[in-house]
Ligand binder design. Structure first.
Ligand code: MGD
Ligand code: MGD
Ligand code: SF4
Ligand code: MO
Length: 729
């Protein structure tokens, strides 16, 4: 028996990084507790982190490489060695490279995890421009790039000064649950305790209502119209910050002209909101001393996503909230990104990236561009514009997460080769020829910059136990596949890459000698935030903002150069009550999907007993009036149907929901239903209902995941036991 050892490490199941105190005895994790001194979480963690032992030691965890022995999707696999797995991968990829070029290999990665930059690096080293993640066009990146073209950086909420924001817009997100996109939820919860008031834009009244001065329950998919309406009131009631607009912004006059027609009355009709509420919310925004914002992926799930995000960003711009204490601040970028080795790919290959016309996603000019999923899938089906024959998935359960699951399934059926790196045999892994077992957060060394874009902290995640079974880290797998294929990975070990990422930290006073080892002991390090960085740049003769005009671009010259509309505008989602009224008779309700669940991360953890107990069933939320109209009571199993298909979920009837709207949870499959095809995914997964059809967002290529049309009706045959069979470990 060895002495128990306690490690301080960052949980990275979600995008946040709570510092945990992990006890290890005899090589096994025996307890996971929040670190009382954790930089942001200070003694708090969510159930996903707390119950991670059940994930780490789960009996269904993949522990060995597998080779498929039956038809795709059948679940028939045999155990093989790593060498055999690498040989199969090498033989298939080299065969495809010889026949079509390496660009015929697509690399799919899931939401931004520790391995995100390494996936891009892997694609570049392999020689394919066609890597992507389901979020690239649908999550976070639209906000990052809209920030870049408007401000020259991606702004984030400021919780860190002595001045908490007086007012925060919480727009299409719920940071108290999702800790949306890199933000530690605890910063948000703490600012509420310090008195920050909210304006929430969400079709469903949630737990934030007590903190909200105004709760704008709009029709899903109309956020662009609402933002333009708020801009209208701010400008035409003279509630904007003249000093900031005159000195630091470009293009106010054309913006004013653009928003002239978006009167509160006009917008109210579109959004399904009273005009007075829009006016009152805008006046509150225009008169607050400091305004900050948390914005979420709900605003990125329509084909007008880029303009929607821009319109919302401009509210913060003209209220002068940019980079001021308690406002919407510039990142400190204390942690360098790992190199993704784009030079390994070369310019010719870059130009071949699928969906290159969506410049804000895939443009050759972009440092971190990724391929357009619908274009890649089209190429898989048709061979046009050129064939894509293989799919390498890493941390991505695409059969669940991509739009239109049925079409995704059909598309993948025809591929020559599929490889999947995951912790569990997911519905997507069932499609793979080779499945590779990977580590959990307790078995991985990594660094995260945080929180959320303010990026003044480095959080250190460390392997506190050796990998279970024959699991490997994603980074190791990428490196070893490259070695097997004779491709240059550009580093001989991970520490070399991690250490290089500390170079920027070492430029801060007091951190000149920081080493990886020291950081591993301390768990995290924070540098002071500098506010109004643009003023310092201007004073030293540099561009104040890193945009072509050196100003905050209300009118975007970058977008103009690409041939996109330089000013934000409203456009109805392609399927909606206004765009497709002919569908209304059959599909009279508006569907939205998403709404993160505290106990699950996307499609994960349905097999973790303590977490599943908290949320046993997939839920569809609807208003009592809507439920009554269709003969539905709370707790009934119902069908939710769109013109693409139907799923079943359990009705959650609550007057918090906007009448006429149905909100389906995402990420569902039933891991314990091993007898069902794809673990029942096609019965319960919301993306059976969504579409990957054009039109796409012209800038980002985004497809529609929210605001489409549906109908609901009871499912009398479904039983609770069809969708949840409790298990103990
Ligand atoms: N309808 C609808 N669809 C959506 C959304 C929505 O709101 N509505 N949201 C979209 C968004 S924002 C996103 S980001 C995507 C997310 O889509 P994905 O990122 O594909 O999310 P998951 O389905 O959870 O798949 C992640 C997989 O990674 C595995 N995994 C976990 N950790 C690791 C690891 O360290 N390494 C490896 N190799 N595997 C790991 C998990 O077991 C899981 O199977 O879904 C999108 N899809
Ligand atoms: N616990 C947990 N945390 C997570 C995740 C998870 O699965 N679980 N997923 C992670 C990922 S990948 C992401 S992208 C983030 C996403 O997290 P968020 O950005 O917070 O997004 P959602 O939770 O999907 O939706 C937030 C709110 O948008 C509302 N909404 C729905 N449709 C619309 C609409 O059309 N307009 C507006 N304004 N609001 C709408 C919903 O009612 C919901 O309250 O969370 C991350 N964090
Ligand atoms: S909030 Fe995120 S980082 Fe914190 S414990 Fe939960 S899953 Fe882990
Ligand atoms: Mo996401």
């Amino acid at each position: 028996m060895s002495e128990p050892k306690v490690y301080h490490t960052a949980c990275h199941i979600c995008h946040g990084s709570c510092i945990a105190e992990v006890t290890v005895e005899d090589g096994r994790v025996t307890s996971i507790r929040p670190d009382q001194n954790g930089v942001f979480n200070t003694g708090r963690m969510c159930p996903k982190g707390i119950f991670s032992k059940e994930l780490l030691y789960h009996p269904d965890r993949l522990l060995h490489p597998l080779r498929r022995t039956g038809p795709r999707g059948s679940g028939q696999f045999e155990q093989i060695t790593w060498d055999e797995a690498y040989d199969i991968i090498r033989d298939n990829l080299l065969k495809i490279e010889a026949k079509y070029g390496m660009e015929a290999v697509a690399i799919a990665q899931g939401t931004g995890r520790h391995h995100l930059p390494y996936t891009a690096r892997f694609a570049n080293c392999l020689g394919t421009p066609n890597w992507f993640e389901p979020g690239s066009a649908q999550c976070f990146f639209p906000r990052i790039h809209a920030g870049a073209v408007t401000f020259g950086f991606a702004p984030a909420a400021d919780y860190y000064s002595d001045t908490p924001p007086e007012l925060m817009l919480v727009w299409g997100c719920n940071p108290s649950v999702s800790g949306a996109d890199g933000e530690s939820r605890y910063c948000f919860l703490d600012t509420l305790k310090r008195g920050t008031r909210l304006i929430v834009v969400d079709p469903c009244k949630n737990n934030l209502e007590p903190y909200a001065d105004h709760f704008l329950q709009l029709r899903p998919g109309t956020d662009d119209a609402l933002a333009l309406g708020i801009l209208h009131v701010l400008i035409f009631e003279d509630l904007y910050d003249h000093e900031f607009v005159e000195n630091w912004c470009y293009g106010f006059a054309p913006l004013k002209e653009r928003v002239r027609k978006y009167t509160p009355e006009y917008v109210a009709e579109i959004c399904g909101l009273p005009a007075e509420v829009i006016i009152a919310a805008a006046r509150r925004i225009g008169t607050a001393s400091t305004v900050s914002m948390e914005w979420g992926c709900a605003i990125e799930h329509t084909p007008n996503c880029f303009q929607t995000v821009r319109a919302i960003a401009l509210i913060l711009a003209i209220t002068g909230s940019i980079d001021k204490k308690g406002g919407f601040i510039e990142s400190m970028h204390v942690l360098d990104e790992p190199e993704i080795l784009e030079d390994h790919l070369g310019d010719e290959k870059k130009k071949k990236r699928m969906g290159e016309q969506y410049k804000m996603l895939a443009g050759a000019h972009k440092p971190f561009s990724s391929a357009h999923i619908p274009t890649v899938f089209e190429a898989m089906r048709t061979g046009k514009p050129y064939p894509i024959r293989a799919l390498m998935m890493c941390g991505n359960n695409g059969l669940i997460g991509f739009a239109d699951s049925q079409k995704t399934l059909e598309t993948w059926m025809g591929l020559d080769f599929i490889c999947c790196q995951d912790q569990f045999l997911t519905p997507s892994a069932l499609m793979a020829d080779v499945v590779l077992p990977v580590c959990t957060w307790l078995e991985v060394d990594s660094l995260t910059g945080g929180p959320g874009g303010a990026d003044h902290v480095i959080l250190c995640q460390r392997a506190v136990v050796p990998p279970e079974g024959e699991c490997k880290t994603d980074e190791t797998i990428f490196m070893e596949i490259c070695q097997h294929l004779g491709k240059d990975w550009g580093a001989s070990n991970l520490d070399e890459i991690l250490d290089k990422r500390l170079d920027r930290l070492r430029t801060f006073p007091g951190y000149e000698n920081m080493t990886l080892e020291t950081l591993r002991e301390t768990g995290w390090v924070a540098v002071p935030i500098e506010y109004e960085q643009y003023k310092k740049r201007a004073a030293s003769g540099e561009k104040a903002f890193n945009t072509p005009t050196g100003k905050v671009e209300l009118y975007s010259t970058v977008m103009e150069e690409f041939g996109f509309d330089p000013l934000p505008d409203y456009s109805e989602p392609p399927e909606s009550p206004l765009s497709t009224p002919e569908l209304l008779e059959k599909y009279p309700l508006v569907l939205t999907t998403g709404t993160r669940i505290n106990g699950f991360f996307l499609s994960e953890q349905r097999q973790v007993p303590s977490l599943r107990k908290l949320n046993p069933y997939p839920l569809a939320t609807l208003h009592p009036d809507t439920a009554n109209q269709y003969g539905i009571a709370d707790g009934d199993w119902i069908f939710i149907e769109t013109k693409r298909g139907r799923i079943t979920q359990k009705a959650k009837v609550t007057d918090s929901m906007k009448p006429g709207v149905v909100n389906c949870q995402i990420g569902w499959w039933i891991p314990e239903a091993k007898e069902k095809p794809f673990f029942g995914a096609f019965e319960v997964n919301a993306n059976v209902l969504t579409t990957m059809e054009p039109p796409f967002d012209p800038c980002m290529g985004t497809y529609q995941l929210r605001g489409m049309l549906c109908r609901v009706y009871p499912n009398p045959d479904a039983k609770d036991s069809d969708y949840y069979r409790p298990s103990k470990l």
